[in-house]
Each structure stands twice: as structure tokens, then as C-alpha cells.
Design a protein around this ligand. Structure first.
Ligand code: SF4
Length: 378
């Protein structure tokens, strides 16, 4: 039966065998279009039949995106500095101030990287870096203005909450003043990096000097208030429990409800990836593909107020990224061109544009290019 017909059916379709009865009541609520609770989400995480989770996540995905389209964006990561004093235990990218391998990219190098992206039809710069004590807000304002002067059509998707909070503190400003000034200088939207897991129990263990869960959420709340769209992320698989992941999703859903009701902007997308342990102080093992699939499926079902779910093929590899398109994901993310943060921790997947389009097509969808606002470009 086609999905569109199944949606009209008063009874849920048969789900895969193997413990399905355990989640029948949740499945009925999802098929009825009702919001599920945190307790439901935990039960879904504990349900080991991935096919059942895929059915429900896929249903939610088709409701939100009835066309058989998977979007992607041509963009480039620029890690403008690796200097950082925060020393997160899961991070292998940073170098402490004064370290011989530390750097701040000169403006000409940043311009050259943007030009290379523009030359291949790219549109989005995802610019993130460490918390560098030598860079005041004026440094960012000057750089953003210079980028916008030179590349007026490029979208500046830059500075995760940890960087914004540090710029705010270092420059002795309020969050609203900081984000308003950065926006006036050219910032278009904020990436949702650094959320890790939004419970202080986990954050205190893996990143004791980083912002708290409340601070991360407050930065996003104010960003939405001043009209900046943002994304949200989750880095799971370090020391988090399934309960921690559910709490993370609950806090994101609550903030999204608030922003949609009160602010001119909100979260555009959710992206989950697993912790990359290689070379980190924290160590440990890499989460499995099974864990990725169930995490994105439960996220798609639970985050009913998030319009988009993005694949993380950089961490999962293109093949798992392709499979995720049947687990609730409707967007293949950015072509990246370069990625230094997760590659520092042993993750080195890169995929050309043609291959991204082939992966999407082979999975039965039409690839379409988008911008940061998720508007179709072709
Ligand atoms: S994750 Fe970010 S804040 Fe933490 S050490 Fe790495 S660069 Fe610094």
C-alpha cells in the first residue's frame, strides 16, 4: 500500500516482526499524528527492531516532505582558527594558545577558500573555530563585513553557541547585543554545533569548561529572537545514556515550540552524529551504525516541530548516510569540500557532488540543491 493511502487508513499497517507489540500504542499515536512523550521516546530507543522504527520515522518524514526529494547544499567548511583554551575531552582539533601547531587563517586564505567554493557553484560557508582569547568581537565584525563586500551572494552560516558565548563574555556584551552586532556585520545563521548532549551530567564529564546546557539553549533562544535561523545537533555515543539523549531531544523540542510561538526565526534542521574517539583524551569506542539508525529514527519521530533532518555522511560514511534516507532523513547536508574537526578524530569521509547525487538517486529520490534556508535553487 502506498504511504499516502496508509496515512488515511484508520488502522496502523503491520509493522515488522520481533517485539512489535511493545510499541503498538506508540505507533498508533504516531499514525494518528499525535505528539509522543519522552517516555515513549525512551521505549523507542530500547526497541531493537530497526525496521519498526524506520517505518514510523519514514512516515513522519513523508508527512513533512510529500515530494520524493532529498536536498543538499554546496558549501565549504572553514575552520578559521584551531586555538582554543577549553580543552574538551572529546576534541582532537584544538591547540592551546601558543602551541606550535596553532593557527588563525589570514584573511587572504579565507577569501581564497570562499572563491574556490564559489567557482564550483557553492553558496554556503560554514565557519567555525576554537575559542581563541586573541579574537574580540571587532575581529569577527571586520571579517564578516569584508566577506560580504567581496562575496555578497555567499551565505555566512557561522559561529556555534560556544564561540558566540565566548565572544559575548570576552567583549562584555549581552547575548542580544553580541548577536545583533554579528548579524549586522553579515552573519546569516548559526550552526548548532557544540550541543553535544544537553545535560550537565554529560557536559561536566566530557567538556567541563564549556558552556552549560542552559547557556547553549539560551544562545539559540536569543538568536531566534533577533531573527537568526539556526540548526541543532547531537553528538551521542560518548558517556551518554539513552535517558540523556531523550532529555536532549526534549529540551530542543521545548525550545523550538517557544521560538515558533514567539520569535521570527527557529531551528531549521536537526543533525545527529556519533562521538569520534580516535586520538582524544576521552577515548572509548565508536558507536555502531545500528545506534546511528535508531537515534535518527527516534529523533525524527520525537522532533515533530523540526522541519528537516540532515544526514551526517561525514561521520557515518556515504553508504550509511544513504540508508538514513529511509530512517527519517530528508537532507544530505553540505558537500563540505573540507572538514578538519571530525577528521582530526579519525573520520575522513569526503564525497564529490556527483556521488552525492548518485547516492540520493539510487535510494529512489530526486536530488535538489538548496540554500541555508532550505529553499530549492535548481
Ligand atoms: S570542541 Fe570546540 S570548544 Fe571544545 S576544545 Fe574543541 S574547539 Fe574548543
Amino acid at each position: 500500500m502506498a504511504l499516502a493511502e496508509r496515512e488515511l487508513s484508520p488502522t496502523p499497517p503491520e509493522l515488522g516482526a520481533g517485539g512489535r507489540s511493545c510499541i503498538d500504542d506508540i505507533a498508533e499515536r504516531v499514525y494518528a499524528g499525535e505528539r509522543i512523550t519522552a517516555e515513549d521516546a525512551l521505549r523507542l530507543f530500547q526497541h531493537t527492531n530497526l525496521v519498526d522504527l524506520a517505518e514510523l520515522a519514514d512516515l513522519v518524514r513523508w508527512r513533512k516532505h510529500p515530494e520524493p526529494v532529498v536536498t543538499y547544499i554546496v558549501g565549504r567548511n572553514i575552520n578559521y582558527t584551531n586555538v582554543c583554551w577549553v580543552r574538551c575531552r572529546f576534541c582532537n582539533f584544538y591547540r592551546v594558545p601558543g602551541h606550535e601547531e596553532s593557527y588563525v587563517l589570514p584573511r587572504e586564505v579565507i577569501f581564497q577558500k570562499i572563491q574556490e567554493m564559489v567557482d564550483v557553484g557553492g553558496i554556503e560557508i560554514l565557519m567555525q573555530g576554537g575559542l581563541n582569547p586573541k579574537l574580540p568581537i571587532a575581529w569577527y565584525e571586520d571579517l564578516f563585513r569584508a566577506i560580504m563586500d567581496k562575496f555578497p551572494n555567499v551565505i555566512l552560516h557561522a559561529l556555534s553557541p560556544a564561540e558566540v558565548i565566548y565572544i559575548k563574555n570576552r567583549s562584555k556584551l549581552t547575548m542580544e547585543e553580541t548577536l545583533t552586532r554579528l548579524k549586522a556585520a553579515g552573519l546569516h545563521s548559526l550552526p548548532g554545533g557544540g550541543a553535544e548532549i544537553l545535560t550537565d551530567r554529560v557536559r561536566e564529564w566530557i567538556a567541563p569548561y564549556k558552556d552549560t546546557a542552559d547557556e547553549w539553549l539560551d544562545c539559540m533562544r536569543v538568536a531566534h529572537k533577533v531573527g537568526l535561523r539556526t540548526s541543532a545537533t547531537m553528538m551521542y555515543g560518548s558517556v551518554d545514556t539513552l535517558e540523556d539523549r531523550v532529555e536532549h531531544l526534549q529540551r530542543l523540542r521545548d525550545l523550538q515550540d517557544e521560538s515558533l510561538a514567539n520569535s521570527p526565526a527557529a531551528f531549521t534542521a536537526f543533525i545527529a552524529w556519533n562521538y569520534q574517539p580516535d586520538g582524544t583524551e576521552l577515548g572509548g569506542t565508536r558507536a555502531s551504525a545500528f545506534d546511528y539508525m535508531r537515534t535518527i529514527a527516534v529523533s525524527r519521530i520525537f522532533l515533530d516541530n523540526f522541519p528537516n533532518l540532515q544526514a551526517s555522511w561525514v561521520t557515518q560514511g556515504p553508504k550509511v548516510g544513504q540508508l538514513s534516507l529511509r530512517y527519517g532523513v530528508n537532507d544530505f547536508g553540505s558537500t563540505m569540500m573540507e572538514e578538519n574537526v571530525v577528521s582530526s578524530a579519525g573520520c575522513i569521509f569526503t564525497v564529490p557532488i556527483e556521488e552525492i547525487e548518485r547516492l540520493i538517486t539510487d535510494a529512489g529520490f530526486v536530488p535538489r540543491r538548496r540554500n541555508t534556508r532550505y529553499e530549492l535553487l535548481d
